[in-house]
Write a protein that binds this ligand. Sequence first.
Ligand code: HEM
Ligand SMILES: Cc1cc2nc3c(=O)[nH]c(=O)nc-3n(C[C@H](O)[C@H](O)[C@H](O)COP(=O)(O)O)c2cc1C
Length: 581
Amino acid sequence: MSTSRLFGTVRTAARSAASGVRRATTSAGGSRAGPSRLALGAAVAIAVPTALYLSRGSTELDSRAVAVKPRKAKAGVVSVADVVQRAEGDAVWVVINGEVYDMTKFLDDHPGGRDIILANRSRDVTPLFKPRHPSDQLEGPNLPDSVAKIGPLDPAASEAELDAIRLQISAEQLAEEERIRAERAAFEERGLGSVINMRDFERVAEPLLSTVAWAYYASAGDDEITKNTNASAYQRVEFRPRVLRRVGAADASTTLLGCPSSIPVFIAPAAMAKLGHPLGEVNLTRGAGATGIIQAISSNASCGIDEMVAERLDGQPLFYQLYVNRDRKKAEELIRRLDANKFDAIMLTADAPVGGKRERDLRLKGEFEGPAGGVSVKSDDTQGVSQAMFAGVDPDLNWDDLKWIRSITSIPIMIKGVQTVEDALQAYNAGADGILISNHGGRQLDTTRPSLDVLLEIRKHAPQLLRPEFRAPTGPTAESLAHPERLTPADDASAKPLPRRFEIFIDGGIHRGTDVVKALCLGANGVGVGRGFLFAQSVAGEEGVEHAVNIFKQEIELALRLLGANKISDLRPSFVEVKDK
Ligand code: HEM
Ligand SMILES: Cc1cc2nc3c(=O)[nH]c(=O)nc-3n(C[C@H](O)[C@H](O)[C@H](O)COP(=O)(O)O)c2cc1C
């Protein structure tokens, strides 16, 4: 598996069916332009701070009503005047993609809060809606029961009429769009050549993103302590390279839960990729397919499952991150859909029964942001918006639910968000196929230990969960001193593997190939990267994702060679030493 392309080149039938759509979106700013040209322009159109819409309110009804003379539309279509009329009164209508919807009964269900809809009632909210919701959100079973479709907006409406329902753009917003346009143009001149490591992606992405998108991606809980220690913890692990070991060839490929991967890194599930680039998570699917890595899709992805599956190459593995809806019928429907689409693993997120306090978001919006599971359940007054964002996610989820999920699907399941050795043991005992040690990138409970410390705790207190060759201590051992010629501890017959597969993954703060190699030396099977890939796709779409994978690949292969290893399976704890805190 030395080539970077591990999967077939034939796209699925669904992808061909969707190609018309894709062409349209690509020409509007997608990243399939030639390699020399980064197509960045359209991202500007979505750089829209929510707060600016919220501040506008719907106070100028009178002038809107005057502008739109009542005119009867053809039967079966809704006139603009009809829409404008709903700017007052009980019924709350909006227009999305040329269709008129009645949101009256949905207001309290909206995971993004009722204010945003009320403030924009009787407007064409498409530019606000599109970057934040899957493209199939309004189709078939995805349309919430409490939203009523009224009908198509009058296609014969004049520009003057449409002006009355257009979203208002404030001077502040225009200035932000202008700033981003200029930053993107300047970046286009420099190109991706100026991005040589993952921290560069973050630095380059910041000025290219709207204030809202940057806050959403970069934010973490409270004082962001865990977000920072996640990364700095890797500095406590130091290498013990071996020399003169024939390292002419290096191969970073491996398998993760049985799926081939060109590097031991997967794309950790992260919501709302469209805030950073108009194609959103589709960039991740394409980039992962082209480079042979695995994308874990967020339950809150801003692209629909079908959109991403349509981009999947033949044999391309996909994981799905699951928030379990408290309405188990809906949860079961989703799991069956994952089955039907042959997902390769489910990551059951366990560290977000409610949302963390992310103050960068709070300061910008006056409300919380976070995973909502793409579901809607009524919030009550005591809960407030923050809990409404999580309202569909079942906070009573427990270990028995794992058995329930197992009873309806045979897709391998890993528990995401494990932060103690006890929960790692419980995950194994409850039948999980693996765990992802994670604190949600520090976005949930702040001052939890960095993920790396949890891996070290498992090594110390439950080494049996690791593959036998990783149970050895770090640094020199009696065996390595007796047999310095051996790179690895010899197979020990008494060191039995677990009776069934159990893989250990880790995410949080991973920026370097050396971070990846350290985690693997300590016994992880693979690592996840969240923000890094969000920034990469924001900067340059699919091409950005491919560039990020190449950066990791080169850095991992370099680290392997300089350590005296040729392949991932050569890695052992003796290659590292962990400094005390
Ligand atoms: C079919 C109806 C709708 C559904 C099911 C829906 C669903 C959602 C969900 C699940 C989120 C949370 C996403 C996350 O944080 O991961 C959200 C956020 C959001 N929604 Fe909707 N939505 C609907 C209609 C609308 C409409 C009509 C508007 C525009 C007026 C809108 C504007 C927004 C905005 C701006 C956010 C982000 C809120 C924030 O940043 O704090 N949504 N919506
Ligand atoms: C903007 C953003 C959105 C995220 N959304 C989700 C999500 O929807 N579901 C989930 O399980 N984890 C989510 N995560 C957490 C990631 O899966 C992952 O645990 C974390 O980003 C890893 O840390 P890193 O960003 O330092 O790599 C999100 C993270 C970020 C930064």
